[in-house]
Design a protein around this ligand. Structure first.
Ligand code: 3PG
Length: 305
């Protein structure tokens, strides 16, 4: 079977070598396309692939139609909003992710962004310490749980809300369950977003929630830009000169926000949450092993479609 690693944002060389070894040791053929500039390059590379490993690469209906031999797509990471699940399912293709494999990397960036915001981008002006401050986690999945663990080490008071996570899990993790999203935003100095991008969550974080942040509140987004109502974010940042928005997922109106609120917004130039040597290895090798398990014994443990 031909396994194609298709990563516009490449894995580390060590991770690529590890993936290659797992694929070849299992008797499969390894192929790779990195830093491609156009979707047509990806379509050509995937034309005879039986398996695909991707990151945030767009796997749309056109690509799926062009990849007639494809049996499985593994998103080496958590969010699979970049994959057209309907088209994949219709084509009989299994789609999987590698949950948790890059969670610590993203969680560390959350803490990094929180400190960067609290210290006014290290400008030299007086900032504040995150110790003793309140941290609200919107959702309590793998990344969020890692953030909670790290934040505990910093002496933060943590609360969370997640309709899909057991309340007991929060309590066991020393996290206070929030009674509503409104309360989460109103009662925390720093709120960190960890919801996936879906039809339901699109544009769901706007004026109603952001304007509830307490004085000096910080909103951190390492999840997806699509969950923010960007026009309303801009309005609230205009009305509330005390609040900040730091994100690993650059909004569509980033240029305007940077121009208008230079000191109070920050966006990584390229999504960096999962871009560590460790996360590359964890997610990349997990993806390769899942593909081998699928072809060896039909294992679909991490199927999402
Ligand atoms: C994820 O969903 O796993 C993260 O957003 C990481 O995405 P990346 O692999 O494109 O860095």
């Amino acid at each position: 079977m031909k396994v194609l690693v298709a990563t516009e944002k490449p894995f580390s060389a060590t991770a690529v070598n590890g993936i290659r070894q797992i694929i070849e040791d299992a008797g499969h053929t390894f192929a790779i396309i990195e830093k491609y500039k156009d979707a047509s390059e990806l379509r050509a590379a995937a034309a005879d692939a039986n398996a695909l490993i991707v990151r945030s690469d767009i796997v749309d209906a056109t690509l799926i139609d062009a990849a007639k031999e494809l049996k499985i797509i593994v998103r080496a990471g958590a969010g699979y909003d970049n994959i057209d699940l309907k088209a994949a399912t219709a084509a009989g293709i299994v789609v999987e992710n590698t949950p948790g494999q890059n969670a610590n990397a993203v969680a560390e960036l959350v803490i990094g962004l929180a400190i960067m915001a609290a210290r006014n981008k290290y400008s030299g002006s007086t900032g504040f310490e995150i110790s003793g401050k309140r941290l609200g986690l919107q959702a309590f999945g793998q990344v969020s749980r890692h953030v909670a663990n790290l934040a505990k080490g910093f002496g933060m008071k943590i609360s969370a809300i997640d309709p899909y996570a057991p309340v007991q899990l929060m309590i066991d993790s020393g996290v206070t369950p929030a009674s509503s999203l409104q309360e989460l935003y109103a009662n925390n100095d720093i709120v960190s977003i960890h919801i996936p991008a879906t039809a339901e969550t699109a544009g769901s974080i706007g004026r109603e929630l952001i304007s509830r942040l307490p004085k000096g509140g910080i909103l951190i987004n390492t999840a997806r830009k699509e969950v923010i109502n960007e026009a309303e974010l801009e309005e609230v940042l205009t009305e509330r000169p005390d609040i900040k928005y730091f994100a690993d997922v650059k909004p569509g109106n980033a240029d305007v926000l940077v121009e208008k609120f230079a000191d109070r917004v920050f966006f990584t130039p390229k999504k960096s949450g999962a871009q560590t040597a460790e996360a590359n290895l964890n997610a990349g090798l997990a993806a390769a092993r899942q593909i081998v398990a699928f072809f060896t014994d039909g294992c679909t443990r991490f199927k999402v479609n």
